[in-house]
Design a protein around this ligand. Structure first.
Ligand SMILES: Nc1ncnc2c1ncn2[C@@H]1O[C@H](COP(=O)(O)OP(=O)(O)O)[C@@H](O)[C@H]1O
Ligand SMILES: [Mg+2]
Length: 306
């Protein structure tokens, strides 16, 4: 009998639309690999929805992004229901989602990160809390939602009470010039390095999801020592937080001050985008793992607990 897989998609985070695309692509690919697939658009009644499924799912494929789906909440629910699920467990998910927490652990492990301070929304709105240029971001969002770059002498920030729907505490991080790169990790292996080039250099929500706005260059045209270090840092970050399955690390490569320059870790994503055109599937394809095989591996790798 084929395994029954419940694919969780949609959800109630700001990344709902992205998750619908990921989840539908994953469901189609698993179907064509012979799995018995059922899709669940996740609300806050997830346990009841799963309980009502007959037959019960053997595995959950979590294709959610953002709050609740990526931060340990759904993972805790699935632990309680004792159903193996893809990607990281409760603790790793929660730590990766909390950018200051993740950076503290990365730095302890020897992975360079950008300097930051935590400030209130009011303080950031009132003036510069560090020398510009800097980046203002919510502590625990994804897809560049809420991320703003503040350059020298610039005073506009979209952070009035009406505009800022995130926590009152925000992260203000030193702006790292240079290039945008990302590294996928699959189990105990970093798959490769992709460079992302946008017309204005900022990889914001629009650049991430508007076709044609960003060029993906894989493998990234970097000095071999930099590519190797980027992959080593991504794998170390994955292991440091105790992640499972697939993750994706976002880094900056600052080659503007010195040669060969510095790598700076921004974050790791425990629920990276999973459309066939997303970055992780693209890197997997580059090393010969097609989308259907990638998602099948994830289903077979699923587990409960940490
Ligand atoms: N310190 C920084 N310096 C330069 N660019 C940054 C910095 N922080 C974020 N960015 C830009 O914003 C994007 C989103 O930031 P990131 O920390 O990865 O959060 P998210 O979880 O929203 O993806 C990055 O991919 C990068 O383009
Ligand atoms: Mg990111």
């Amino acid at each position: 009998m084929s395994k029954r897989v419940a694919v969780l998609l949609g959800g109630i985070s700001s990344e709902r639309e992205v998750s619908l695309v990921s989840g539908n692509a994953v469901a189609d690919a698993l179907n064509s690999k012979g799995y018995d697939v059922v899709k669940i658009d996740v609300g806050n009644d997830l346990s009841a929805t799963i309980d009502a499924l007959t037959p019960a799912p053997d595995v959950v494929f979590n294709a959610l992004h953002g709050r609740y789906g990526e931060d340990g909440c759904i993972q805790g629910t699935l632990d309680l229901l004792n159903i193996p699920y893809t990607h990281s467990g409760v603790l790793a998910s929660a730590m990766a989602m909390d950018k200051p927490m993740a950076k503290r652990l990365f730095e302890q492990a020897g992975i360079p990160c950008a300097k930051h301070v935590i400030a209130s929304r009011e303080a950031v709105l009132a003036g510069d809390v560090m020398d510009p240029p800097y980046v203002v971001k919510p502590l625990n969002e994804g897809s560049s939602v809420g991320v703003q770059i503040v350059s020298n002498g610039e005073s506009n920030r979209e952070m009035s009470e009406a505009e800022w729907s995130f926590d009152d505490k925000v992260m203000v991080e030193k702006y790292i010039p240079g290039r945008e790169i990302t590294v996928a990790v699959m189990g105990d292996r970093a798959l490769g390095v992709t460079e992302l080039r946008t017309d204005d250099g900022f990889y914001d929500y629009d650049a991430k999801y508007t076709e044609g706005r960003t060029t993906h260059i894989v493998p990234a045209p970097l000095p071999p020592s930099i590519s190797d270090t980027a992959m080593a840092h991504a794998l170390l970050a994955h292991k440091t937080l105790g992640c499972r399955g697939v993750t994706r690390a976002d880094l900056r490569y600052d080659d503007t001050q010195s040669d060969p320059g510095n790598l700076i870790m921004l974050e790791i994503n425990t629920q990276p985008g999973m459309t066939p055109l997303s970055l992780v599937p693209e890197q997997a394809a580059h090393v010969g793992i097609e989308f259907g095989d990638l998602v099948s591996w994830m289903v077979e790798d699923a587990a409960c607990g940490n």
